[in-house]
Ligand binder design. Structure first.
Ligand code: DX5
Ligand code: ZN
Length: 223
């Protein structure tokens, strides 16, 4: 399964995208988290297909897309065509969760469901066997640099428990406010994909920040 860092491009310096992507890739980062926002599902707008397509040419990292858009089924094929390897959508954003899962699978991408802080983890329980990933938000989606909500960690533990009981293999990703100071809390609970925006691209020494995360992840990977 493996434990990986997925730095969020939301915090990148957009005047230095190629350079900063190369910095994390050279530091051994395998995943890149891409936050797509529509200004409706969340009160912010980020970037979409042209940006994903553009950076696809410059990076071999696994593109882990996090769609914060209403009715995500409208854009699944376009996001995949732009270069997404994993497509996460919010369970709160669609009336047709099963249809979204089927559409993402048919596109050839890996499929993940995301839950907002006020959504119970039980909401997605019926879909677990069909998923490659579950993404637990530890901030309200929409912005980088917010404070980690420790009261969401129980969802990670529950997902880890279900995974074991049901003998499933989905990844458990966590997103929002993760730093070197709280990462152990989510790893202890069972998360294996760690999103970090401001704690990686927001730092002066991006490569050093990625390496510091890797040092901690390594301890858990070897355990
Ligand atoms: C927030 C996004 C996050 C964000 C994380 O809606 O989903 O991926 O970029 O940023 P930090 O790590 O700064 O909280
Ligand atoms: Zn995200």
């Amino acid at each position: 399964m493996g434990i990986y860092l997925s730095p969020s491009m939301l915090s990148i310096d957009f005047t230095k995208v190629g350079e900063q992507l190369a910095q994390v890739e050279q530091a051994g980062v395998k995943y890149l988290h891409l936050d797509v926002m529509d200004g409706v599902f969340v009160p912010n707008i980020s970037f979409g297909m042209p940006v994903i397509k553009g950076i696809r040419k410059a990076s071999n990292m696994i593109f882990d897309t996090h769609l914060m858009i209403v009715d995500p089924e409208r854009y699944i094929d376009d996001v995949r065509a732009a270069g997404a390897d994993i497509i996460n959508f919010h369970v709160e954003a669609t009336k047709d969760v099963a249809g979204c899962i089927a559409k993402i699978k048919a596109s050839g991408a890996k499929v993940g469901i995301t839950v907002k802080p006020n959504t119970t983890i039980e909401t997605i329980q019926p879909y677990l066997a069909d998923l490659d990933m579950v993404l637990v938000m530890t901030v309200e989606p929409g912005f980088g640099g917010q404070k980690f909500m420790a009261d969401q960690v129980h969802k990670i533990s529950t997902l880890a428990k279900w995974k074991k009981e049901l003998q499933l293999s989905y990844d458990i990703e966590v997103d929002g406010g993760i730093t070197l100071d709280n990462i152990r809390e989510v790893l202890d609970a069972g998360a294996n994909l760690i999103v970090a925006g401001s704690a990686v691209f927001g730092k002066e020494d991006i490569s050093g920040a990625a390496k510091a995360f890797h040092n901690i992840l390594k301890e858990y990977d070897e355990a």
